[in-house]
Design a protein around this ligand. Structure first.
Ligand code: G4P
Length: 540
């Protein structure tokens, strides 16, 4: 089925429906360091929005809860979730899409790519640890993409840093001005509730057994709060006054333009602050808007269906090696069964098998609107960054390639399997499992795998052996840093010690360096060389 031209009455009604559905969408991801409580918060959000009856049914760590996605043995053994997809739920009159980001310490490029498909991010901080390394890396991507960020300080039920100190840390390290919407009553470890800075009321925190049900929230007037909490309330009140002078109030425009970040205090494990976060997302986070196409022209949300692939994943079902492409809808209505065009190849793609996937659970999806995520099964013809459209051609810009930080030469263990090796390398590169770099000097038989997180190497090696029947040996290279360069600089860079120039499949040249210092010295001594940073952690 295709969307009718918008000139007819029926077409206008259809366009109005799309605009209305789009305005109801909130699509976001949680960015955090491992252990800050992302899985716990995800479960709490799902519980709160009543996707599931009881926390613990969505996903979690091995041994803790029984629903870890198990598409690969490796993943199950380690108790981590390498897959990433979206959880969709209804909250108030909105449809919320929470895109999962793989949360292991060795996280990969997939984590970054998810951020190309969201309209907002929730930066989750452990109240005792403050801003940690991985949070900063992911924040750098949000900043680069201009994604508005809501900050949630988690684990306030445990001893931690002082709230004002955390606000200073956020301001200094991210450059965003924190505008707390709530302020904790009671020090970290003595979490009594929050002062709601928008109306001055007190939201009292009530514990429920094991945090397994939605925590009821008691709302008290300031006078009642003062009588109940005494000193803790007056301290919170004084600090909130102090904030009014320094941090300022929420300003929607400044938030959307990435100048400020609203802050909430929470205890995800007790479900406290979770409803406030959902309300904040519904009230403040942006709905999907017209996405700029390749030429920078915004493509209206009520144009016929269009979407882009932000992630491709293979081998989820061990019995039947399928390939799943996750698309984010950008315009129009997706209807299962529609035949769309892949802008890169010009070929049609039938969307008979469309699913909503989160962890292990898959559900057939019939209709989706801008902001929604759809998993397309049997997607062998789709690659990361591909645009799909119906009726009105459009091409979205390619999904950013993020700066790799680890490099290894891949060689086939058994040379009689060279053909399989080539096919495997090509497939993994197309899926974005690893970036594949080559050079004349190294030759075709020894491509360099470049990754953001070392775990990508393991995934690649595992798949090369089990899926393509080409076991590989990976020989680590001493580089840690990449810069985009050009042909004019390549010769001099290759001659420099501690540097090497390799080519990406799209022809772009990358100069690799072992550390910041060698790069800095070279850049200082030879300022004429082209060395452009890529989007990455190092920018943060
Ligand atoms: P992650 O996905 O960000 O890696 O974190 P995850 O939710 O797995 O949480 C990491 C640990 O922090 C878990 O404890 C979890 O229970 C705990 N946690 C999460 N939110 C809160 C909170 O608001 N307050 C407190 N006190 N703890 C919180 P664990 O010991 O690793 O697992 P478990 O045995 O407790 O489930």
């Amino acid at each position: 089925m295709s969307t009718s031209p918008m000139t007819t009455v029926g077409g206008r009604l259809e366009a109005d429906r799309i605009v209305g559905e789009t305005a109801r969408r909130r699509t976001f991801a949680v960015i955090s360091h491992p252990d800050a409580g992302k899985s716990t918060l995800t479960e709490a959000l799902a519980l709160h929005a009543r996707v599931i009856g009881q926390a613990g049914a969505v996903h979690g760590k091995a041994g803790r809860r029984g629903t870890v996605s198990d598409w690969m043995d490796m993943e199950r053994d380690r108790g981590i979730s390498i897959t990433s997809a979206a959880l969709q739920f209804a909250y108030r009159d909105c449809v919320v899409n929470l895109l999962d980001t793989p949360g292991h310490a060795d996280f990969s490029e997939d984590t970054y790519r998810v951020l190309t498909a969201v309209d907002a991010a929730v930066m989750l901080i452990d109240g005792a640890k403050g801003l940690e390394a991985q949070t900063m890396k992911l924040f750098a991507v949000c900043r680069h993409r201009g994604i508005p960020v809501v900050t949630v300080v988690n684990k306030w039920d445990r001893p931690g840093k002082a709230a004002l100190e955390l606000m200073d840390e956020v301001a200094e390290r991210t450059g965003l001005t924190p505008t707390p919407l709530t302020w904790p009553v009671g020090l970290a470890g003595d979490f009594r509730g929050v002062l709601d800075r928008r109306d001055g009321s007190y939201r009292r925190f009530t514990r429920t057994a094991g945090g397994a049900t939605v925590a009821p929230e008691e709302v008290l007037s300031p006078a009642a709060a003062a009588a109940r909490e005494g000193e803790a309330w007056s301290v919170a009140h004084e600090e909130a006054d102090l904030l009014a002078a320094t941090a300022g109030e929420h300003d929607q425009e400044l938030f959307l333009s990435g100048v400020t970040t609203p802050v909430l205090f929470a205890s995800a494990v007790s479900n406290f602050g979770v409803g406030q976060l959902l309300d904040t997302l519904v009230d403040l986070a942006p709905a999907p808007t017209a996405r700029p196409d390749e030429a920078g022209e915004p493509h209206p949300v009520d144009a016929p269906f269009s979407a882009f692939v932000f992630k491709v994943q293979a081998g989820m079902d061990t019995g039947h090696r399928d390939r799943l492409a996750y698309i984010r809808v950008c315009s129009g209505v997706f209807e299962r069964g529609m035949v769309v065009t892949n802008a890169r190849t010009g070929r049609p793609f039938a969307t008979k098998y469309a699913q909503q996937v989160f962890g292990r659970d898959r559900e057939t999806i019939e209709t989706a609107y801008p902001g929604d995520v759809v998993g397309l099964v049997n997607a062998a013809a789709l690659g990361v960054g591909d645009t799909l459209y119906a009726d009105r051609p459009v091409t979205y810009p390619p999904v950013t390639t993020f700066a790799p930080e680890h490099f290894a030469v891949a060689r086939v263990a058994d040379t009689s399997r060279y053909k399989q090796f080539r096919k495997g390398v090509e497939t993994l590169a197309g899926e974005g499992v690893v970036q594949v770099l080559t050079s004349e000097r190294r030759g075709d038989g020894a491509p360099v795998f470049a990754v953001v997180g070392p775990m990508q190497f393991e995934v690649a090696a595992h798949r090369m052996e089990h899926e393509f029947g080409a076991r590989i040996a990976l020989e680590p290279l001493p580089y840690r840093l990449a810069r985009v360069t050009d042909a004019a600089s390549a010769g001099e860079l290759s001659a420099a010690s501690g540097a090497e120039v390799l080519q990406r499949p799209d022809g772009e040249l990358l100069a690799l360096f072992s550390d910041k210092w060698s790069l800095r010295v070279l850049a200082q001594n030879k300022p004429h060389l082209t060395l452009v940073p890529m989007v990455a952690a190092e920018l943060g």
